[in-house]
Write a protein that binds this ligand. Structure first.
Ligand code: CND
Ligand code: ZN
Ligand code: ZN
Length: 397
């Protein structure tokens, strides 16, 4: 009896290995094109890369469209540290190609948005009713890997690192199941890709993080895709006055179309812009947003909100080497200073709802997209951003 028992255990063991093999043998390494950033401050190279099959609790996605975000550019110029060589991009949408063992959230053929802020659903942060920066996020310790610590990309025999759990600048990408969510099968992917970052980040900063109130006065500093999404959020929350601030006056027309009631250029004033804003609003705005990613604009945003009840939200990603120095009196008088990733939204919960609101025309997302280019022209897309010509360029695969 005891020998028979041993044999059957061994048999089971052999079967388990075999079944694992049969599951994986149909999933091939995919060779496809990706934009690889080999070095800081260099253009992207379109390369043939190998994309390994998804392991357990991972998902391989065929990308359909991706936006270009200021944060991708911060990596290229060295302000935001990432492990290189890498495949950047974190504002994409695509279709599930294959899934690893154990994946239940999505299946092949589903339309999905990769999530640059994961939602594991189990950690102390995910369980907190308000917080969203899941412990699996690792923003301050970017490894550039899947959650298991390895990469799914290789190029010319070298491992290529992931970025922001998403790496959307590739025809195919692999993400952890906690970093992807299914969206409406009818959603236009070449538009709703922006829900992967800009729209969620800016809109949520207004409606969820600041909790803009009806009739209030707001200032948004930086009118790129993220700042303009904050303008959309302020308007949706019922703000009476939304003042857009940018050093590029070409951004003003779009800001006004989206809800800004007035726009100002700091270069047109002798005084610091926070003084100008305080004078314009009888002591300071109710809510201010920094959507540039510079230390000086963060201080301007804090200073321009009312000293007794103003709320200021940092959205921009600052240069990693720089620290803020502030006079604590700015806060002792009663200001609130906040910051958030991804608009404070719990990503898996909010992204499908935001997509639904966009499809119901409650959010004017289309206006953020100023350019569309084939994926291979990614460097042109970054040039448009650098020259202040675009709000969002969507790259199509
Ligand atoms: P984008 O470069 O499109 O916009 C920045 C805007 O700021 C441009 O219109 C500039 O002209 C303007 N600007 C530059 N300097 C000044 C200045 N001194 N005063 C006023 N305006 C100025 O970038 P984006 O909209 O894609 O991103 C904006 C920031 O948001 C950037 O720092 C990015 O890294 C960050 C961000 C944060 C998050 C998050 O989760 N918190 C997610 N994605 C991006
Ligand atoms: Zn979590
Ligand atoms: Zn972004």
């Amino acid at each position: 009896m005891s020998t028979a028992g041993k044999v059957s255990k061994e048999k089971k063991f052999t079967f388990d290995i075999f079944s694992h093999y049969t599951i994986n043998k149909y999933k091939n390494v995919i060779k496809c094109k990706a934009a690889v950033l080999w070095d800081l401050k260099k253009p992207f190279s379109i390369e043939e890369v190998e994309v390994a099959p998804p392991k357990a609790y991972e998902v391989r996605i065929k990308m359909v469209a991706t936006g270009i975000c200021g944060s991708d550019d911060h990596v290229v110029n060295g302000h935001f540290v990432a492990t290189l060589p890498a495949i950047l991009g974190h504002e994409g949408a695509g279709i599930v190609e294959s899934i690893g063992e154990g994946v239940t959230a999505v299946k092949p053929g589903d339309k999905v948005i990769p999530l640059c802020v994961p939602q594991c659903g189990e950690c102390i942060i995910c369980k907190h009713p308000e917080a969203n920066n899941c412990v699996k996020m690792g923003l301050t310790n970017p490894r550039g890997t899947m959650q298991d610590g390895t990469t799914r990309f290789t190029c010319k025999g070298k491992p290529i690192y992931h970025f922001a759990h998403t790496s959307t600048f590739s025809e195919y990408t692999v993400v952890d199941e906690i970093s992807v969510v299914k969206i409406d099968a009818a959603a236009p992917l070449e538009k709703v890709c922006l829900v992967g970052c800009a729209l969620s980040t800016g809109y949520g900063s207004a409606v969820k993080v600041a909790k803009v109130t009806p009739g209030s006065t707001c200032a948004v500093i930086g009118l790129g895709g993220v700042g303009l999404s904050a303008v959309i959020g302020c308007k949706a929350a019922g703000a009476a006055r939304i003042i857009g601030v940018d050093i590029n006056k070409d951004k003003f027309a779009k800001a006004k179309e989206l809800g800004a009631t007035e726009c100002i250029n700091p270069q047109n004033f002798q005084k610091p812009i926070h003084e100008v804003l305080k004078e314009m609003t009888g002591g300071g705005v109710d809510f201010s947003f920094e959507a540039v990613g510079q230390i000086d604009t963060m201080l301007q945003a804090l200073s321009c909100c009312h000293e007794a009840f103003g709320v200021s939200v940092i959205i921009g990603v600052p240069p990693s080497s720089e620290n803020l120095s502030v006079n604590p009196m700015l806060l002792l008088t009663g200001r609130t200073w906040k910051g958030a990733l991804f608009g404070g939204f719990k990503s898996k919960d909010s992204v499908p709802k935001l997509v639904a609101d966009i499809m119901a025309k409650k959010i004017p997302l289309d206006l953020l997209i100023t350019h569309a280019l084939p994926f291979e022209k990614i460097n042109e897309g970054f040039d448009l951003l650098h020259h202040g010509k675009s709000i969002r360029t969507v790259l199509k695969f």
